[in-house]
Design a protein around this ligand. Structure first.
Ligand SMILES: [Mg+2]
Length: 153
């Protein structure tokens, strides 16, 4: 069984339990054991949610992530990737402005736009093979930030 199949199975069981509502032998047994169909359905939904989270974590941490980035760059091409990256940077600027002006839903929008810019940064880094250089610059910027916080710069 694959992870996606497990997610689908858990969701299907949750739906079946909701529909059964004590009408099937299995549901009757569960009720006799002191657990209602609704509780069991909720547990299966929770299981499906955890499995989805695992799926996302695997995607972000593993080679699937790098492969997906590579395929996206191949599909869209360098010029379009750079255009979208510029648009996403603009959307992040607007999101920060809306957050500072305390617009409703601004924090959620800020999170979405940060994710967009992060994703487009990852795509540009992959497109131009800049992983090592960006990590080196990042480390230098972190050290400079620390010096400034300490008042040494
Ligand atoms: Mg966006």
């Amino acid at each position: 069984m694959t992870l996606n199949e497990a997610i689908e199975h858990a969701e299907q069981v949750a739906c079946d339990l909701d529909a059964a509502d004590g009408k099937t032998p299995a549901a009757f047994r569960e009720q006799e054991q002191g657990q209602s169909c609704a509780e069991c359905a909720a547990e299966h939904r929770q299981l499906a949610e955890w499995l989805r989270e695992l799926s996302v974590r695997r995607m972000v941490a593993g080679t699937e992530h790098d492969e997906l980035i590579r395929r996206a760059n191949q599909h869209y091409g360098m010029s379009y990737t750079c255009q979208v990256a510029m648009e996403e940077c603009g959307e992040l600027i607007a999101a920060i402005s809306h957050f500072l002006r305390m617009r409703p839903g601004a924090l959620e929008n800020l999170a979405e736009e940060l994710a967009d810019v992060r994703l487009m940064s990852e795509r540009i880094i992959a497109q131009f093979g800049l992983g090592l250089e960006v990590r080196r610059w990042h480390a230098q910027k972190l050290m400079r930030m620390e010096r400034r916080i300490r008042g040494e710069e």
